[in-house]
Design a protein around this ligand. Structure first.
Ligand code: ZN
Length: 414
């Protein structure tokens, strides 16, 4: 069923085992597969985990014991990696057809220790639900502000957050909203995850970088340009130039929070004056497991905690709050006899939106620090990631404990 002409390794069971792992990951709607050493914890040398609904779940893995190295070799063959190299990091990808869906598996292998290489496989699926911005559960106010920002004629709007936090889904929902016969949209992506009508997609490769493509877009008479990622000085420079020459540039950056993009752009040699004049906003994003709405249960939370929350969010007290339920037939997922997930279903995106209005632009130009900018943004109504997460908890979408697990926050004051 493999899409490439890949020969099985000897007579080993490895191809079947790899296929089994891939199938299970797809069935359980996992976003990533992690294979590696368990450092002989519980006498088991290997560890198999799947990220399901944003949370890593350990999977019973004794079936790996007899042929782990062959499994790794099989994954390397599929990903067109060097199967003889064991002490260097390698990247690759392959397509595999499971239940009539061609799924892109993006693979990274690092050496690990004790001759147990560590594998991370990310699943990129095209046939999933197409999200719109209205599916993102933004507050009405944030939704309006995002709408204003993405309809600007020029400037840079940055999505940020660690990998695997749904930035691409959000970008695609924005592109979907903006695309149409009267708008030219051109992209530089790695990889192109979804092809959309009225969008000219371009694939970054070993020979053509984000910066190369960005420079090439100058003469494309485009209205909106999506640069998949600012990852170095070159791509930062090219995004900056595009924004200065009358394009709306959408892009992503790896930073912890929304205002952190300013420090990051400065570190990439973009001068503060240019940042102040082109940055129109940034949106930080995290994914938190969503409570299963079918089996969540009302819960009495500590009164002191509640008044703290009410004060921060300025919202009324009399509302039913929930915690995770016992699991039901809508949310409980099994693998063989093992329950691997219950009480949560899917993920909820949590956002922090930083809007650069004229006043903010001047303050950036005056080189105000990140914490000074946060203070001022908050007086303008900005909620931080943890405060937005509290709001989702308050509205019954996520569990309280999930906030602390997924978004570091000692006090919720910041
Ligand atoms: Zn349930």
């Amino acid at each position: 069923m493999s899409s490439g002409a890949v020969k099985p390794l000897n007579n080993s069971q490895a191809p079947d085992t790899v296929e089994k792992i891939l199938r299970v990951a797809v069935q359980l709607n996992a976003s990533d597969i992690h294979l590696g050493s368990n450092n002989l914890h519980n006498n088991s040398p290997y560890l198999l985990r799947l990220r399901i609904n944003g949370k890593l779940q350990e999977i019973e893995s004794s079936f790996l014991n007899s042929n782990y190295n062959e499994i790794i070799a099989r994954i390397k063959v599929l990903s067109k990696m060097d199967i003889t190299a064991h002490s260097i990091p390698q990247d690759g990808k392959f397509f595999y057809n499971i239940s009539n869906e061609d799924i892109n598996f993006r693979v990274n292998i690092v050496p690990g220790i004790n001759n147990i290489e560590e594998v991370c496989i990310r699943l990129v699926r095209n046939k999933g639900k197409e999200f719109t911005l209205d599916d993102m559960l933004m507050t009405e106010n944030m939704r309006k502000q995002v709408d204003l920002l993405i309809h600007q004629k020029s400037g840079i709007f940055i999505l940020n957050g660690p990998a695997g936090q749904g930035k691409t889904t959000t970008i695609y929902s924005i592109l979907k909203e903006l695309s149409g016969p009267d708008t030219k949209i051109i992209t530089a992506e790695d990889p192109v995850e979804k092809e959309m009508p009225y969008v000219t997609h371009n694939q970054v490769s070993n020979k053509v970088s984000f910066a190369d493509l960005g420079r090439g877009f100058m003469r494309q008479d485009a209205d909106i340009i999506f640069i998949g990622e600012i990852r170095d000085e070159d791509s930062a420079q090219s995004a900056q130039q595009l924004a200065q020459t009358g394009h709306l540039v959408l892009t992503t950056l790896h930073t912890r929070d929304s205002i952190g993009v300013i420090d990051r752009l400065q570190a990439l040699d973009i001068d503060t004056n240019s940042i102040a004049s082109t940055l129109i906003g940034s949106l930080a994003q995290r994914l938190v497991p969503a409570l299963c709405q079918e089996c969540k249960v009302p819960h009495e939370y500590d009164q002191e905690l509640l008044s703290h929350i009410n004060k921060i969010l300025n919202i009324p007290n009399e509302v039913t709050l929930y915690k995770k339920g016992p699991g039901c037939n809508k949310c409980t997922q099994h693998l063989n006899q093992q329950v691997v997930s219950k009480g949560t279903k899917g993920v909820v995106p949590i956002f922090e939106l930083f809007v650069v209005d004229n006043e903010m632009s001047e303050l950036i130009n005056l080189r105000k620090t990140k914490s000074e900018l946060y203070q001022i943004a908050k007086t303008k109504g900005m909620l931080t990631l943890s405060q937005e997460a509290l709001l989702r908890f308050y509205h019954g979408f996520i569990e309280f404990d999930a906030i602390k697990s997924y978004i570091y926050t000692p006090t919720f004051n910041n």
